[in-house]
Design a protein around this ligand. Structure first.
Ligand SMILES: Cc1ncc(COP(=O)(O)O)c(C=O)c1O
Length: 377
Protein backbone atom coordinates (compact mmCIF):
# COMPACT_ATOMS: atom_id res chain seq x y z
CA UNK A 1 0.00 0.00 0.00
CA UNK A 2 1.41 3.41 -1.00
CA UNK A 3 0.78 6.31 1.40
CA UNK A 4 -0.39 8.47 -1.50
CA UNK A 5 -3.20 5.95 -2.19
CA UNK A 6 -4.63 6.21 1.33
CA UNK A 7 -7.83 8.21 1.64
CA UNK A 8 -7.65 11.13 4.05
CA UNK A 9 -8.28 11.91 6.81
CA UNK A 10 -6.10 9.30 8.49
CA UNK A 11 -3.75 8.84 11.42
CA UNK A 12 -0.34 7.29 10.76
CA UNK A 13 1.48 5.93 13.80
CA UNK A 14 5.19 5.50 13.12
CA UNK A 15 6.59 2.38 14.81
CA UNK A 16 10.22 3.54 14.65
CA UNK A 17 9.36 6.81 16.42
CA UNK A 18 7.37 4.92 19.04
CA UNK A 19 10.29 2.59 19.68
CA UNK A 20 12.58 5.60 20.04
CA UNK A 21 10.41 6.82 22.96
CA UNK A 22 10.12 3.34 24.41
CA UNK A 23 13.90 2.86 24.45
CA UNK A 24 14.17 5.98 26.62
CA UNK A 25 11.48 4.56 28.91
CA UNK A 26 13.46 1.32 29.14
CA UNK A 27 16.62 3.20 30.12
CA UNK A 28 14.71 5.12 32.80
CA UNK A 29 13.43 1.85 34.24
CA UNK A 30 16.84 0.24 34.24
CA UNK A 31 18.54 3.20 35.90
CA UNK A 32 15.90 3.90 38.54
CA UNK A 33 13.98 0.71 39.27
CA UNK A 34 10.72 2.56 38.59
CA UNK A 35 7.85 0.63 37.01
CA UNK A 36 5.96 2.26 34.17
CA UNK A 37 2.27 1.75 33.44
CA UNK A 38 0.78 3.26 30.31
CA UNK A 39 -2.00 5.80 30.98
CA UNK A 40 -4.76 4.57 28.69
CA UNK A 41 -6.62 7.89 28.99
CA UNK A 42 -3.90 9.34 26.77
CA UNK A 43 -3.53 6.56 24.25
CA UNK A 44 -5.56 3.36 23.90
CA UNK A 45 -5.01 2.28 20.31
CA UNK A 46 -4.52 -1.33 21.28
CA UNK A 47 -3.59 -2.36 17.73
CA UNK A 48 -0.04 -1.20 18.50
CA UNK A 49 0.21 -2.58 22.05
CA UNK A 50 2.38 -5.42 20.75
CA UNK A 51 5.06 -2.78 20.13
CA UNK A 52 4.67 -1.20 23.58
CA UNK A 53 4.19 -4.28 25.77
CA UNK A 54 7.83 -5.45 25.87
CA UNK A 55 8.90 -2.09 27.28
CA UNK A 56 6.31 -1.22 29.94
CA UNK A 57 4.92 -3.00 33.00
CA UNK A 58 1.20 -2.64 32.37
CA UNK A 59 -1.55 -0.05 32.17
CA UNK A 60 -3.44 2.39 34.32
CA UNK A 61 -6.92 3.65 33.78
CA UNK A 62 -9.50 6.27 34.56
CA UNK A 63 -12.72 4.34 34.09
CA UNK A 64 -14.05 0.78 34.11
CA UNK A 65 -13.78 0.16 30.37
CA UNK A 66 -10.14 1.22 30.31
CA UNK A 67 -9.42 -1.30 33.07
CA UNK A 68 -10.99 -4.04 30.99
CA UNK A 69 -9.17 -2.90 27.86
CA UNK A 70 -5.80 -2.87 29.63
CA UNK A 71 -6.44 -6.32 31.08
CA UNK A 72 -7.56 -7.83 27.79
CA UNK A 73 -5.17 -6.20 25.34
CA UNK A 74 -2.02 -5.29 27.28
CA UNK A 75 -1.69 -7.53 30.32
CA UNK A 76 1.07 -7.12 32.88
CA UNK A 77 -0.07 -5.05 35.84
CA UNK A 78 -3.53 -3.55 35.55
CA UNK A 79 -4.08 -0.50 37.73
CA UNK A 80 -7.63 0.71 38.24
CA UNK A 81 -8.26 4.31 39.21
CA UNK A 82 -11.33 6.46 38.92
CA UNK A 83 -12.28 9.88 40.23
CA UNK A 84 -15.66 8.40 41.12
CA UNK A 85 -16.49 4.71 41.22
CA UNK A 86 -20.00 3.35 41.40
CA UNK A 87 -20.41 0.08 43.31
CA UNK A 88 -21.08 -1.63 39.97
CA UNK A 89 -17.77 -0.31 38.56
CA UNK A 90 -15.81 -1.64 41.53
CA UNK A 91 -17.45 -5.05 41.28
CA UNK A 92 -16.83 -5.18 37.54
CA UNK A 93 -13.09 -4.59 37.79
CA UNK A 94 -12.32 -6.20 41.16
CA UNK A 95 -11.27 -9.52 39.65
CA UNK A 96 -9.16 -8.14 36.82
CA UNK A 97 -7.11 -5.38 38.43
CA UNK A 98 -3.89 -5.74 40.39
CA UNK A 99 -4.17 -2.37 42.10
CA UNK A 100 -7.30 -0.40 42.89
CA UNK A 101 -6.71 3.27 43.65
CA UNK A 102 -9.53 5.24 45.27
CA UNK A 103 -9.82 8.99 44.88
CA UNK A 104 -11.26 9.70 48.32
CA UNK A 105 -11.43 8.28 51.81
CA UNK A 106 -15.20 7.97 51.49
CA UNK A 107 -14.92 5.77 48.37
CA UNK A 108 -12.22 3.72 50.06
CA UNK A 109 -14.46 3.14 53.10
CA UNK A 110 -17.49 2.30 50.97
CA UNK A 111 -15.85 -0.22 48.64
CA UNK A 112 -12.71 -1.64 50.17
CA UNK A 113 -14.57 -4.78 51.27
CA UNK A 114 -15.18 -5.63 47.58
CA UNK A 115 -11.46 -5.42 46.79
CA UNK A 116 -9.88 -6.87 49.90
CA UNK A 117 -8.03 -10.09 49.18
CA UNK A 118 -8.27 -9.49 45.44
CA UNK A 119 -6.06 -6.48 44.65
CA UNK A 120 -3.62 -4.16 46.33
CA UNK A 121 -5.45 -1.09 47.63
CA UNK A 122 -4.34 2.50 47.08
CA UNK A 123 -5.54 6.02 47.78
CA UNK A 124 -4.88 9.14 45.71
CA UNK A 125 -3.39 12.00 47.71
CA UNK A 126 -3.31 15.58 46.51
CA UNK A 127 0.16 16.99 47.23
CA UNK A 128 -1.07 20.59 47.04
CA UNK A 129 1.81 21.43 44.68
CA UNK A 130 2.00 20.85 40.95
CA UNK A 131 3.55 21.68 37.60
CA UNK A 132 0.93 22.46 34.98
CA UNK A 133 0.74 25.15 32.32
CA UNK A 134 -3.02 25.62 32.44
CA UNK A 135 -5.39 25.81 35.38
CA UNK A 136 -7.83 23.46 33.62
CA UNK A 137 -5.21 20.69 33.78
CA UNK A 138 -3.78 21.56 37.19
CA UNK A 139 -4.57 18.74 39.67
CA UNK A 140 -3.66 21.03 42.59
CA UNK A 141 -5.93 23.88 41.48
CA UNK A 142 -8.14 25.57 44.05
CA UNK A 143 -10.93 23.29 45.36
CA UNK A 144 -9.46 20.34 43.42
CA UNK A 145 -11.50 17.13 43.73
CA UNK A 146 -8.51 15.02 42.69
CA UNK A 147 -7.21 13.11 45.68
CA UNK A 148 -7.21 13.64 49.44
CA UNK A 149 -5.55 16.85 50.59
CA UNK A 150 -2.92 16.71 53.34
CA UNK A 151 -5.05 18.36 56.03
CA UNK A 152 -7.95 15.98 55.35
CA UNK A 153 -5.99 12.75 55.76
CA UNK A 154 -7.23 10.43 58.47
CA UNK A 155 -4.02 8.67 59.56
CA UNK A 156 -6.00 5.61 60.65
CA UNK A 157 -7.39 5.27 57.11
CA UNK A 158 -3.93 5.58 55.54
CA UNK A 159 -2.70 2.75 57.72
CA UNK A 160 -5.08 0.45 55.90
CA UNK A 161 -3.82 0.96 52.34
CA UNK A 162 -0.90 -0.64 50.50
CA UNK A 163 0.04 2.35 48.42
CA UNK A 164 -0.71 5.91 47.39
CA UNK A 165 -0.87 7.78 44.10
CA UNK A 166 0.05 11.41 43.45
CA UNK A 167 -0.53 12.99 40.05
CA UNK A 168 0.67 16.58 39.85
CA UNK A 169 2.46 17.12 36.54
CA UNK A 170 1.35 18.10 33.09
CA UNK A 171 3.93 18.02 30.30
CA UNK A 172 6.72 18.75 32.77
CA UNK A 173 9.97 19.01 30.75
CA UNK A 174 11.98 20.40 33.66
CA UNK A 175 13.67 17.70 35.72
CA UNK A 176 14.60 20.14 38.48
CA UNK A 177 11.02 21.29 38.83
CA UNK A 178 10.00 17.63 39.16
CA UNK A 179 12.61 16.88 41.81
CA UNK A 180 11.45 19.85 43.90
CA UNK A 181 7.95 18.37 43.79
CA UNK A 182 9.41 15.07 44.98
CA UNK A 183 11.12 16.85 47.88
CA UNK A 184 7.88 18.60 48.81
CA UNK A 185 6.07 15.25 48.83
CA UNK A 186 8.76 13.62 50.97
CA UNK A 187 8.57 16.44 53.44
CA UNK A 188 4.78 16.63 53.64
CA UNK A 189 3.85 12.94 53.41
CA UNK A 190 7.12 11.14 54.29
CA UNK A 191 5.89 9.56 57.52
CA UNK A 192 2.93 7.98 55.67
CA UNK A 193 5.06 6.88 52.72
CA UNK A 194 7.46 4.96 54.93
CA UNK A 195 4.65 2.50 55.70
CA UNK A 196 3.61 1.96 52.08
CA UNK A 197 4.56 -0.87 49.71
CA UNK A 198 4.26 1.31 46.62
CA UNK A 199 3.87 4.90 45.52
CA UNK A 200 2.74 6.04 42.09
CA UNK A 201 3.86 9.50 41.02
CA UNK A 202 1.30 9.70 38.22
CA UNK A 203 1.93 10.97 34.73
CA UNK A 204 2.96 14.21 33.10
CA UNK A 205 6.74 13.74 33.35
CA UNK A 206 7.98 14.44 29.83
CA UNK A 207 11.14 12.31 29.97
CA UNK A 208 11.18 11.66 26.22
CA UNK A 209 11.41 15.36 25.38
CA UNK A 210 14.63 16.11 23.41
CA UNK A 211 17.41 17.02 25.82
CA UNK A 212 15.57 15.75 28.94
CA UNK A 213 18.09 14.62 31.55
CA UNK A 214 16.90 11.04 32.06
CA UNK A 215 19.87 10.16 34.29
CA UNK A 216 19.01 12.97 36.69
CA UNK A 217 15.37 11.91 36.82
CA UNK A 218 16.39 8.28 37.40
CA UNK A 219 18.71 9.26 40.26
CA UNK A 220 15.95 11.32 41.92
CA UNK A 221 13.43 8.49 41.60
CA UNK A 222 15.88 5.92 42.94
CA UNK A 223 16.74 8.11 45.93
CA UNK A 224 13.03 8.67 46.68
CA UNK A 225 12.20 4.99 46.50
CA UNK A 226 15.17 4.07 48.74
CA UNK A 227 14.37 6.84 51.24
CA UNK A 228 10.84 5.57 51.76
CA UNK A 229 11.37 1.87 51.00
CA UNK A 230 8.70 1.77 48.30
CA UNK A 231 8.31 0.45 44.76
CA UNK A 232 7.83 3.53 42.60
CA UNK A 233 5.56 3.79 39.59
CA UNK A 234 5.12 6.43 36.92
CA UNK A 235 2.01 6.53 34.73
CA UNK A 236 3.25 8.00 31.44
CA UNK A 237 0.88 8.71 28.59
CA UNK A 238 2.05 11.61 26.45
CA UNK A 239 5.76 10.82 27.05
CA UNK A 240 5.30 7.44 25.35
CA UNK A 241 3.33 8.54 22.33
CA UNK A 242 4.65 12.05 21.71
CA UNK A 243 5.83 12.91 18.18
CA UNK A 244 4.92 9.50 16.79
CA UNK A 245 1.74 10.19 14.83
CA UNK A 246 0.50 12.46 12.06
CA UNK A 247 -3.10 13.29 11.23
CA UNK A 248 -3.02 13.49 7.44
CA UNK A 249 -5.63 15.72 5.80
CA UNK A 250 -6.39 17.12 2.34
CA UNK A 251 -7.05 20.74 1.42
CA UNK A 252 -10.58 20.73 0.02
CA UNK A 253 -11.06 24.47 -0.50
CA UNK A 254 -9.21 27.79 -0.39
CA UNK A 255 -11.07 30.95 0.59
CA UNK A 256 -9.95 34.45 1.43
CA UNK A 257 -11.83 36.64 3.88
CA UNK A 258 -9.15 38.98 5.15
CA UNK A 259 -6.81 36.01 5.60
CA UNK A 260 -6.10 33.19 3.20
CA UNK A 261 -7.75 30.07 4.60
CA UNK A 262 -7.24 26.47 3.57
CA UNK A 263 -10.18 24.29 4.53
CA UNK A 264 -9.18 20.68 5.18
CA UNK A 265 -11.21 17.47 5.42
CA UNK A 266 -10.96 17.24 9.20
CA UNK A 267 -11.88 19.32 12.24
CA UNK A 268 -10.27 19.94 15.58
CA UNK A 269 -13.62 19.61 17.32
CA UNK A 270 -14.06 16.08 16.00
CA UNK A 271 -10.53 14.79 15.42
CA UNK A 272 -8.09 16.83 17.49
CA UNK A 273 -10.13 18.16 20.37
CA UNK A 274 -7.33 19.38 22.63
CA UNK A 275 -6.38 21.98 20.01
CA UNK A 276 -9.64 23.65 21.00
CA UNK A 277 -9.83 22.81 24.69
CA UNK A 278 -6.34 24.05 25.50
CA UNK A 279 -6.12 26.61 22.70
CA UNK A 280 -2.84 25.06 21.51
CA UNK A 281 -2.36 25.43 17.76
CA UNK A 282 -1.21 22.36 15.82
CA UNK A 283 2.02 22.17 13.80
CA UNK A 284 2.06 21.30 10.11
CA UNK A 285 4.96 19.30 8.67
CA UNK A 286 4.86 21.11 5.30
CA UNK A 287 4.99 24.61 6.86
CA UNK A 288 8.13 26.73 6.87
CA UNK A 289 8.60 29.63 9.27
CA UNK A 290 10.16 31.84 6.58
CA UNK A 291 7.52 30.99 3.97
CA UNK A 292 5.86 33.93 2.22
CA UNK A 293 2.38 32.45 2.08
CA UNK A 294 0.37 32.55 5.27
CA UNK A 295 -2.81 30.51 5.73
CA UNK A 296 -5.31 29.72 8.39
CA UNK A 297 -5.60 25.92 8.38
CA UNK A 298 -9.34 25.78 8.87
CA UNK A 299 -11.54 22.84 9.82
CA UNK A 300 -14.49 21.64 7.81
CA UNK A 301 -16.78 21.72 10.88
CA UNK A 302 -19.47 24.35 11.36
CA UNK A 303 -17.86 25.86 14.47
CA UNK A 304 -16.75 29.40 13.55
CA UNK A 305 -13.48 29.33 15.50
CA UNK A 306 -12.53 25.77 14.57
CA UNK A 307 -9.04 25.96 13.08
CA UNK A 308 -5.88 23.89 13.42
CA UNK A 309 -3.42 26.79 13.30
CA UNK A 310 -2.06 29.67 11.26
CA UNK A 311 1.02 28.59 9.29
CA UNK A 312 3.37 29.89 6.61
CA UNK A 313 4.34 27.97 3.49
CA UNK A 314 7.07 28.43 0.89
CA UNK A 315 4.56 27.88 -1.95
CA UNK A 316 0.85 28.68 -2.22
CA UNK A 317 -1.34 25.79 -1.07
CA UNK A 318 -3.37 23.92 -3.67
CA UNK A 319 -6.74 22.18 -3.47
CA UNK A 320 -6.05 18.45 -3.29
CA UNK A 321 -2.75 18.91 -1.48
CA UNK A 322 -2.09 16.84 1.64
CA UNK A 323 -0.94 18.25 4.95
CA UNK A 324 0.51 16.37 7.92
CA UNK A 325 -0.71 17.65 11.28
CA UNK A 326 2.05 16.47 13.56
CA UNK A 327 1.97 14.96 17.03
CA UNK A 328 -1.66 13.93 16.85
CA UNK A 329 -1.84 10.78 18.98
CA UNK A 330 -1.97 11.65 22.70
CA UNK A 331 -5.41 12.67 24.03
CA UNK A 332 -6.50 12.79 20.39
CA UNK A 333 -7.45 9.36 19.11
CA UNK A 334 -9.15 8.59 22.44
CA UNK A 335 -11.34 11.69 22.03
CA UNK A 336 -12.53 11.21 18.44
CA UNK A 337 -16.19 11.97 17.96
CA UNK A 338 -18.77 12.15 15.19
CA UNK A 339 -19.57 15.87 15.33
CA UNK A 340 -21.05 17.13 12.04
CA UNK A 341 -21.13 13.58 10.65
CA UNK A 342 -17.59 14.05 9.35
CA UNK A 343 -15.65 11.11 8.02
CA UNK A 344 -13.73 9.53 10.89
CA UNK A 345 -9.98 9.24 10.23
CA UNK A 346 -8.75 5.74 9.40
CA UNK A 347 -5.95 4.54 11.69
CA UNK A 348 -2.74 3.09 10.24
CA UNK A 349 0.63 2.07 11.59
CA UNK A 350 3.79 2.30 9.53
CA UNK A 351 6.01 -0.55 10.68
CA UNK A 352 9.77 -0.13 10.91
CA UNK A 353 10.13 -2.28 7.77
CA UNK A 354 8.00 0.17 5.77
CA UNK A 355 4.85 -1.97 5.78
CA UNK A 356 1.61 -0.06 6.37
CA UNK A 357 -1.00 -1.80 8.51
CA UNK A 358 -4.59 -0.69 8.79
CA UNK A 359 -5.69 -0.77 12.45
CA UNK A 360 -9.17 0.63 12.09
CA UNK A 361 -11.58 2.05 9.59
CA UNK A 362 -14.99 3.65 10.13
CA UNK A 363 -18.00 4.09 7.92
CA UNK A 364 -21.49 5.53 7.90
CA UNK A 365 -22.84 2.50 9.81
CA UNK A 366 -20.52 3.25 12.74
CA UNK A 367 -21.74 6.86 12.79
CA UNK A 368 -25.38 5.78 12.65
CA UNK A 369 -24.97 3.16 15.37
CA UNK A 370 -23.24 5.61 17.69
CA UNK A 371 -26.43 7.69 17.65
CA UNK A 372 -29.22 5.10 18.02
CA UNK A 373 -29.53 1.42 17.56
CA UNK A 374 -33.27 1.16 17.97
CA UNK A 375 -36.10 3.49 17.04
CA UNK A 376 -39.25 4.25 18.99
CA UNK A 377 -42.35 2.76 17.39
C1 LIG B 1 -3.81 10.08 37.32
C2 LIG B 1 -3.12 10.30 36.01
N1 LIG B 1 -2.11 9.48 35.66
C3 LIG B 1 -1.47 9.62 34.48
C4 LIG B 1 -1.82 10.61 33.58
C5 LIG B 1 -1.09 10.69 32.26
O1 LIG B 1 -0.47 11.91 32.09
P1 LIG B 1 0.44 12.20 30.81
O2 LIG B 1 -0.24 11.71 29.61
O3 LIG B 1 0.60 13.69 30.82
O4 LIG B 1 1.75 11.49 31.07
C6 LIG B 1 -2.85 11.50 33.91
C7 LIG B 1 -3.26 12.57 32.99
O5 LIG B 1 -4.15 13.34 33.20
C8 LIG B 1 -3.54 11.32 35.15
O6 LIG B 1 -4.57 12.14 35.50
Amino acid sequence: MQKSDLKTPYFMIDEAKLIHNLEIAKRLKELSGVKLVLALKCFSTWGVFDIIKPYLDGTTSSGPFEVKLGYETFGGETHAYSVGYSEEDVKEVADICDKMIFNSQSQLKAYRHIIEGKASIGLRLNPGVSYAGQDLANPARQFSRLGVQADHIDPAVLETVNGVMFHMNCENKDVDAFTSLLDAISERFGSYLDNMEWVSLGGGVFFTWPGYDVEKLAAALKAFSERHGVQLYLEPGEAIITKTTDLVVTVVDLVENGMKTAIVDSATEAHRLDTLIYNEPASIMEASEQGEHEYVIGSCSCLAGDQFCVARFAEPLQIGQRLHIMDSAGYTMVKLNWFNGLRMPTVYCERSNGEIQKLNEFGFEDFKRSLSQWSVY
